[in-house]
Structures are given as C-alpha cells and as structure tokens.
Design a protein around this ligand. Structure first.
Ligand code: PLP
Length: 311
C-alpha cells in the first residue's frame, strides 16, 4: 500500500502528492520546513516523536521571519503529524518533513501577495551520517549565510543551497561533513548540524548570533549535559584554530543526532577516536529519545495508543 502524504488540506497517496512546475517555491526556494524524528520503541510498541511542539514553534518562527503565515495552528500541526504517522503505520524509526511554501503559480521574485501552502510526508529513516566510529570534517571554503542575507535561524528551503555546496565540496574532497565559518571567520555549524567542542570539563558551542540554526537537539544536549552530568555549556564565538586544539568535538541535529567528530582538516581531535564525554552524551541521548529515561518524557509525543500494561 502506498504511504500517505498531506497536501493542501488532504491526505493523499504519496505518488499523488505532486506540485506544479510553476510553483513559486520550486523556482525560488521560497519556503520553510522542519525535520522531525520518530523513534520506535520495540518493547512498548510505541513511536515517540521527539520535541514535536518545539519543531512547530520553530516552523512558525521561520514563517514569521519570511512574512509567511501557516494555515494551521501549532496544535493542528501536531495533530496532523500524529495522524499521518498513524495512518502510515511506521514500526521503525521515521522522519517527518513538514513544509510551508509559496504555492502560487507565478513568475516573479518576491514574498508578499503569494499563497502559503502546507504539505508533509513521512519516511522510514536510519542513520544520516554513516560514521559510527566518528566523522572526518573539513572547514568549508563556503561561508555560512549571514543573518542579513538569508537568516540562518529560519529554516529556509532556499538557504540549503549553502549547505549543499559545502557538503558536496567536503564529500568530493573525501571528508564526511563540512564545518562552515561565519563571514567574520568564526566557527558556525555543519551543513545540517550544530557543533560542540569539549574544552576541559566544559562544552563550548557558537551562540545564535553567529548565524546558526538554533537547533532543538543542541538545546536538548545542553540540558542533558547540565542535568545529568553537571557539565555547563558556554555559548560564545569560537575561532577556527580552537577546533584543532579541542579535547573532543561532536555535531548535533535531528538527522545527525549526536555525531562524534574525530578529525578536522586532517588533524586528529583529542585522541583521534570518539571522546568519553561524547560517548556518554550519546548514550544518555538515545535513552531519552527512545523513552527509556522518564525524566524527559515531556519531550516525547507518543503516536500510537499505548499497549495495555498487563499484556
Ligand atoms: C543548518 C542546520 N543547523 C543545525 C541543525 C540542527 O537543528 P535540529 O537539532 O533542530 O535538527 C540543522 C537541522 O535541522 C540544520 O539544517
């Protein structure tokens, strides 16, 4: 059976969820979107959507920055997502992609006076960066888009050409991922991930004013590190050379989860293997997202009716 998608107010088979080639967003990248993970818990036969509300809060913030308006409230978006996941009946980790876009069929660059459309699909999803023993990064020759060019704190479809150029350059040069700098040369983020350094007993990560997408995984890791391990995070500008001297480095993102970085520009980071704090944070993170640490239960929205306790 074909999976379903949601397009302009209707659940339709994914094969029929198509848009016309004249659609404004297809031509000009005028839209904003989210990526949300669903984690399958086999024992509980439950799908946990991770920080669903926070993703839709960010989608609506992105929309505000672009001057767009969503046809649905946050509550409605959460409900629609749960319904789509249920109808598609995923029983493995999945990914949800909601997108709000300029749906008018019109030629001409602008954002105002065009129709805002909403669509969503789900897909089975495993690892995003296949580097379980740690990923090898380079500092990209592409600089991160600036707040006064394409605001990076909005998750804008057209802005991802910046990420795609950086990632492609990295992969063609034999690296797993790119680290982009800001226009003034500070460390910014990966093509689809935020970046953390471990320096001594502290986490250090770029502040939102350094043109990062303010990640939901980033916020979760900051909280888990503080509450579970007593490790503080400093948000500040980071120089490129601090990357090379860090004790550990990792990247965070919905797709990338917590990805250890073991090498940057061919220099080993720390011991050149996955660092102990990174490993510990990964373990804690996976317990949380799969619903095995009740302290963070409010981050999880179950998609299915819970199975009876006596079963
Ligand atoms: C450019 C960029 N930075 C950071 C992130 C991480 O954000 P989050 O943890 O909310 O997925 C993403 C992924 O959405 C991204 O595309």
């Amino acid at each position: 059976m074909s999976p379903l998608a949601y397009l302009q107010g209707k659940f339709v088979p994914l094969e029929e969820a198509n848009i016309n080639i004249m659609t404004h967003a297809f031509n000009y990248g005028t839209g904003c979107f989210e990526g949300i993970r669903g984690y399958w818990n086999e024992e509980q036969e439950q799908m946990y959507l991770f920080r669903l509300r926070e993703h839709y809060q960010r989608l609506l913030t992105s929309a505000r920055i672009l001057g767009m308006s969503s046809p649905h409230s946050i509550d409605e978006l959460c409900e629609l997502t749960l319904e789509l996941v249920r109808r598609n009946g995923h029983r493995e980790d999945c990914y949800v992609r909601p997108i709000l876009y300029k749906g008018s069929r019109v030629v001409g660059v602008r954002m105002h006076d065009l129709e805002d459309h909403f669509a969503m699909f789900t897909t089975a999803f495993g690892k995003y960066i296949d580097a379980s023993e740690g990923c090898r990064c380079c500092v990209s020759s592409y600089r991160r888009i600036d707040d006064n060019a394409i605001p990076a704190r909005a998750k804008v479809t057209g802005g991802y050409i910046n990420s795609a150029l950086a990632k492609t350059e990295a992969q063609l040069n034999g690296f797993d991922e790119a680290i982009m700098l800001t226009h003034d040369g500070h460390v910014c983020e990966g093509s689809g991930e935020n970046i953390f350094l471990v320096i001594g007993n502290t986490l250090v990560t770029p502040a939102p004013s350094d043109n990062i997408l303010v990640g939901i995984t980033r916020a979760s890791v900051i909280q888990i590190a503080r509450e579970e391990l007593g490790i503080p995070t400093i948000e500040r500008s980071i120089d490129r050379s601090e990357l090379y001297g860090a004790d550990e480095c990792f990247m965070t993102g919905t797709a990338a989860e917590i990805t250890p970085v073991i090498e940057i520009d061919r220099r080993p980071i720390g011991s050149g293997t996955v660092g102990p704090l990174t490993r510990r944070l990964q373990e804690l993170f996976f317990e949380v997202v799969r619903g095995r640490n009740r302290r963070y239960a409010e981050w999880l929205t179950p998609a299915y009716v819970p199975i009876a306790a006596d079963r």
